[in-house]
Each structure stands twice: as structure tokens, then as C-alpha cells.
Design a protein around this ligand. Sequence first.
Ligand code: ADP
Ligand code: MG
Length: 678
Amino acid sequence: METSSKITEINGVGQELKKLFGNIGINTIADLIENYPRRYEDYSNVQSISKIRPGMVTIRANIKQTKGRYARRGIHITEAVASDDSGSVKLVWFNQPYRSASIKRGVQYYISGDFELRRQRFCIQNPSIELVSNFPLSTARIVPVYRETKGLKSAQIGRVLKEILPLIRETKETLPEWILRGNNLLPKAAAIEMIHFPVSTTILAKAERRIGFEEIFELTLASLLNKYELAREMSIRVPFDEVAARTFVKNLPFKLTDSQRRAIWQIFLDMDKEQPMNRLLEGDVGSGKTVVATMAAMMVVRNSFQVALLAPTEILARQHAETVTDLLSPLGLSAGVRLLVGGLSGSKKQRIYDDIKTGRASFIIGTHALLQEKVNMQRLGLIIVDEQHRFGVDQRRALQKKAGHMPHVLNMTATPIPRSLALTLYGEMDISVMSSKPGGRLPVVTRIVSPNSRQQLYQDIDRELEAGRQMFVVTPLIDGSGDTDDKSVKDVYESLTKGVYRHRRVGLLHGKMKPKEKESVMNMFAIKKLDILVSTTVIEVGVNIPNATVMLIENADRFGLAQIHQLRGRVGRSNFQGYCYLMMSDSSTPSRRLRALEQMNDGFKLAELDLEIRGPGAIYGTLQHGELDLRIAKLSDTKLIAASRRSAQEFIDRGENLLEYKQLKERVQGIRAITNLN
Ligand code: ADP
Ligand code: MG
């Protein structure tokens, strides 16, 4: 038996169990071993019966007076009495009629369960019981809780794992000895054993630290290797031209913020090298990333190279094309701007393809349409990817292949990610963070609203509308569906147009509409032909409508913290006060997440809080690759991250050969297949 063997080789695992395990993605022994517990229940504290208090308890006792009976409505109840030297306690099981027959007299059991009040008497309800003489798995220890599936309980998974404990103990070491010693890490075999069979909370913490260290180490090593490989590629040098930069800045309708200045300077330095830039521009919504990207593009275009800007939606691509044209026309560079989106007619597209080929088009802005075969960009010097988390590496790679050389890449994101996390997730990129926002903006006032106050809120909002402002209403669903109470965009649209806002002009926008329809509604809203836009989250990214100052989010409790923060960025884009109302699904107490949104406006602080509340999944959810998921490491553990990053760097500096570490090599290759731009 080896870790690569099928689980049916394990004693007691037949076809039936094989199928159940298959349902949760476990086919081989390695899958089973890497199926780490979701959490633990601590039953390690075995107490005398006289000492137990309400809550989860474990005792060591004899069991007597077992009897089963059927109670009202056909519920089966088994009752028994457990006794030790200090006293007795009642045990109760529901619908487990086999219990009374299986309990032996005169032997000692470990009994773990919830000690609580039932019909005015304290008893232990639905306890797990195991013979003291056996190797206890569900009692008298820290009990791992695994993800379950119908017919396959956590305890059963634990029993199967116990069968392969000897194999677990033979697990080969995956990290170099000097890393283990230098970081005081448990050997791999011990760590895996303690993850599944922890003997104390202290050693469990050490085991988790070891596995977490390795996860971060692999990610970092992969990104460092990506980075070194990229640095060996040749790109096009874009010499920095001070006069051009000054002219661009002089023609802006505003003064650049310090953050914008710093970011653009870093980009200019990067592009003035023969190695390709691979930079992430990270800035909260409204921090002004577009102008930074345009300034970088200007420098490339002036040097007679092409720029491609990839945007996730057509609306956004259009808006970028307008902004860019405005910014470049004072410099006489706007004639080369082209918009390439799916909705164009065949002949228009053909003309753009030709312009791209001949070089008449120097700055091409578009959606996925840019990735098509026919787009031929030989002189591509810079790729800008807006909202980069919306695109996979494959798509970025496709664009880059068009050049035949490695162009500079500027990725932009409005997802504020704490620095430690950004370094781990996006280690192969250099990062520019824009922390300050253009001055003169009032922070969006955010308020949680209970459905009871809906009518009052509608009246307050109507005063804003009367004053000429506009409102977004955001809902979680497109169509109403039977199984949830969540508001659908169509229902809300109906009820507002027929009800409280029948005197206002209301538009409807959702993802299932044709691009042309979406475009026209968006446009109507932008030119103030609509007062209210009822929409799904398709308005999330980028759109800029400064006169819209009110946002009402229905079923706000259904949205993620980061998502709401992005959404409300839409109403904080002018000198008018912006308002964001978070309408609850019901009148229950708002969550900590929603309250944080009321109190904080800083995207980075909120991201940190989100990480703390929801764990790394919150941010990983925005990536499209489960392969990169961390299963044990907590991204809030900055010390652990720093230590494993240091080791990864040292691994390279020492000239360690990855070929000597078989498993590490495989893992790192797997990660690089996803993250490497080459
Ligand atoms: P985001 O970073 O969310 O993409 P945008 O680039 O769309 O933000 O910029 C948001 C708005 O702020 C735009 O209307 C833009 O013209 C404006 N803006 C950008 N930089 C500045 C600045 N330094 N001062 C004032 N307004 C600015
Ligand atoms: Mg933007």
C-alpha cells in the first residue's frame, strides 16, 4: 500500500465507502491524508461526573439501566445511566434504537457529548461512547471534525484514517533539513499525524504551523521562480521622457495625488529597462488608477509602440476609451485610440484590425474581443489589465503572445489586499499601492436600514432625487425564485415604478440583457435621462457617474464586505455627499461585517477585517483557482508568512536544486502552471 494507492486498498473500505469518499473528492490514500479536518472538538478533558457543568463534556464511566422506547410521533428514545465514583448522570439518545443492545455492562466507557437541560433535568444528549480499552477516536481526546457527506460521517473518516496510521508515520520529509531546524518546524510525518490525531492543543498548533509554513513556502517559491524567469526575458525599453511627462501633468484638470505620483514614477522606472515590467497597481475605488495607466501608456505610444488595455466589461471599456481620449488629446496623441468590443459591426472591426496591423492604432482598448486570433499586435509594448482578478492568467498570456516578445504588464485592481497577503498571492509582481485618494471627496455615509424603516427611507431619498441627484438600487437576483426571499431586480423595478417612485424615471439593468440594451440603459442613466437605476451587481466595476449619489443595496446581508465596499465606491465620485443604504433582509441584528461598513471607509482596513472574520477564503474567492487555496495557513499570521518567505528566498540564494525535492517540485510546478505568465 502506498499513498498513490486507491482507498479500496485500505482494510474495511469497499465499493460502497469508495463511492461515498468519491463524492467528496477522495479517491487515493494521498487524497484522504490531505483531507484536513475543518475544525476540532476538544473532548480531551475527562472529568468526574460530580464536576461536570453544562456544555461539551467527557466522562469515564460504567453504563447501566439501558432501555429503549418509542415516544410521541414515533421518536425512539434510548435512556441509560452512567456512573463513576463521584456520581451518576443520565444519557439520552434520539432515534438510535440499536444503542441499548450494543452497550455492555461492567466495562468502562469514555462518554462525550453535550451536557444540558431536558425537561428540567440535566443529561448528556446524543453522546459518543467508546470503550476505554480501545483506541478512542471520538471521545477523551481532541476530535477532528471532517467535512461530511450523506452516508459518510466524520467519525467514520477518522476510523479509516486510523487504519493507515502506520503509512502516515512513514511520510517522507518534503522540506530541507536546514529549513526545519532554522524555523523550529515539526517533521512532515509528525505534523500530518498530529493534524489527524492530535494529542494536545499545543502540538496541534505546532502541526498546523508546519503545514501552513509549507503552503506559503510553495507559493512563494513558485512566485520567486516566476519572477526570476521573467527577469531573464527581453522586453522593449521605453525611455523616460521628462518633457512628455511634464506636459501630460500640466494638461490635467487636477493635481495628481502623492500616491499617483509615486506609482507612475515606479512604472516609468520599470519600463525604462530591458526586462519586462510585471506590476500590480493596487488602489481603492476612486483612487484614480485610470490616469496613472494613461500616463504610462502615453510614454509607450510616444515611443511608437502599442498599448492594449483589457477591461472586463464593454461599458467599462467604452468609458476608458472616452477618458483616455480626453487625457491624450491635448498632447495630440488621441488619434491612435481605438475601441474594440464585441458589439461592433464586421466592417468596423475589420478596419480596427487593419489599423492595429499597420500601427495607425496605437492605444487599443477593449474587452475579451482583444484576445481574438485576428488581432495582430507586433509592436505591443504595454498591456494594461483593469480589474485583473476578473481575468485568468490564460487570457493575459494570450494577449502577450501576440507580441512575439514579452511586453510590459500593468495589472490594476481595486480589491484592497493587505500587503502581507498581496506579497503571498501576487509574489511575482512588484506592487504599487495607492493609499491616498483625490482630495475634496466626502466619505460615503453608510447606514444599515431595517425593512421597518423602508417607507421613511424612500422619502428621505426622494429629497435627494428632487435636488437632481440619481440613485442606484442594487439587488442580489435577476429573477424571483421560489426558494428564497431575496429581492429580484425585476420585482424591485416593478414595485418602485408602480409604487413609491412612480413619479420618477426608473431604469432596469442586469447581466442577462443584450449588450446593446445594457449599453443604452447605462447611457440613459449617465446623461440623466433616468433618476433611478435598478440593477444587479453588473454595475460593480468601474463605471463613473458622479451625479449618482445614493445607493440602496437590498438584502445587504447577502453580500460580501469587499463587494459592498466596491459597490458604494460608485456613489463617492464627486463633491456631492454620497449615501449608501444597506437594507437588511429582515429585522435581525446586523452582522459585524455590516457594522464595520458603517464605521469604516478605508478599503485596506476593511480587507484586513474581512480576512479576520471570514478567513483567507474571502480573498481567495476572488481568484479563480482552487489549486492556490491555502488549507491550513492563516493569511493573518504575518509572522509565519514572513518566515516562510525568508526561507523560500534563501532556498534560491543557496542554489538548492528543486529536482532533489520530488514533492516540492511537483507542487511548485503545479502552482507555476497557473501563475506564470510565460
Ligand atoms: P479608480 O481608481 O477607481 O479606477 P478612476 O481612475 O476611475 O478611479 O478615477 C475616479 C475619478 O477621480 C475620475 O473621475 C478621475 O477623473 C478622478 N481623479 C483621478 N485622479 C484625480 C486627482 N488627482 N484629483 C482629482 N480627481 C481625480
Ligand atoms: Mg477603475
